[in-house]
Design a protein around this ligand. Structure first.
Ligand code: ADE
Ligand code: ZN
Length: 321
């Protein structure tokens, strides 16, 4: 499994920061983050909402483009170790310069340059607004996305607390991003049920959905997703770690059987004690999928990736080699 080439579409850059990396930066900057770690050094949180708090506390020590460059190198090197050949990472102007377009540009360039320096893995950025920061900040984030759209920043998305507001409250930001030519995804059907997924499709007109797994609670919606070709960025290990399902009850195989395009990603790997190899291994444990099935999943992910046709052709060649 480790050496099987993998395509990852859903990973938060700050969420991929190893706890040792964050502890190191905290020491350098004299920031006391002792409360967010367990004695064994791992991140400590009790549920999703506590996870968001710890995530934001950890992120507070990432204070410059150089910090993000170091983070990017560390994260991509770890991903490549797991056989990942292409990754799309959520990038947050909220944390990278407080949504100031000029500052964001500097962070984005540093991240991109760092990504280019890591061999054997290709990266694209999805600029992401944070739902619980509200629609006004989402609009400012969309401006950052539109201003830096190109062959590296190719998408716009939304993460954060799905229980805050409604998907449609963020329609203006998504409309701006769409008009700029960005590809769209939003977290839905993780902490919200089928209604949240329906609203994401209707009000934000996204082509991919982050998680989307709770669509399984409404089989008419599952049919609609299958018919429309909307892609689900499933992160089973994240769902298991946060207590939504266990591996045996995770709906990914059922969604696939019912015709949905599903993909596998890690979300926030060190927080959830996972990596792409671990995701593939656990999924192999609970299905009868062989290597060819996982390669087929990889092809679905390449097809759904927010990158150019030449890059996709290269990735397919590696998958099929
Ligand atoms: N930000 C980082 N991880 C997230 C998740 N699993 N859901 C929503 N927002 C997130
Ligand atoms: Zn996520």
């Amino acid at each position: 499994m480790k050496n099987l080439p993998k395509i990852e579409l859903h990973m938060h850059l700050e969420g991929a920061a190893p706890p040792s990396f964050i502890r190191g930066l905290a020491q350098e900057k004299n920031v006391d983050l002792s409360g967010i770690f367990n004695e064994d050094g791992s991140y400590r949180f009790s549920d999703f909402w506590d996870f968001l708090r710890v995530y934001e506390a950890a992120t507070s020590v990432l204070q410059s483009p150089e910090d993000y460059a170091r983070l990017t190198r560390a994260v991509l090197e770890a991903s490549a170790q797991s056989g990942v050949i292409y990754t799309e990472s959520f990038l947050s102007p909220d944390f990278c310069g407080g949504r100031d377009v000029g500052a964001w540009r500097d962070y984005m360039h540093a991240i991109r340059e760092a990504a280019d320096s890591v061999p054997d893995i290709e990266m694209r950025g999805i600029v992401t607004c944070i739902r619980h920061f509200g629609p006004e900040k989402a609009r400012e984030t969309a401006v950052c996305a539109a201003e830096t759209m190109g062959d590296f920043i190719t998408g716009f998305g939304m993460g954060g607390d799905e229980k805050v507001g409604r998907q449609g409250d963020y329609a203006y930001a998504f409309d701006m991003a769409r008009e700029a030519g960005l590809r769209l995804t939003t977290h839905a059907g993780e902490w919200g049920g089928p209604d949240s997924v329906r609203e994401a499709i209707r009000d934000l007109r996204v082509e991919r959905i982050g998680h989307g797994v709770r669509a399984i609670e409404d089989l008419a919606l599952v049919d609609e997703i299958a018919q429309s070709g909307i892609v689900l960025e499933c992160c089973p290990g994240s769902n298991v770690a946060l207590g939504l399902y266990d591996w045996r009850s995770h709906p990914l195989p059922d969604l696939r059987k019912r015709g949905c395009k599903v993909t596998i990603s890690t979300d926030d790997p060190p927080f959830f004690h996972t990596n792409m190899t671990h995701e593939f291994e656990r999924m192999a444990d609970v299905t009868d999928w062989d290597e060819a099935e996982f390669t087929a999943l990889g092809r679905v992910a390449v097809d759904a990736a927010f990158c150019d046709a030449d890059t996709k052709a290269k990735l397919l060649k590696t998958l099929d080699a």
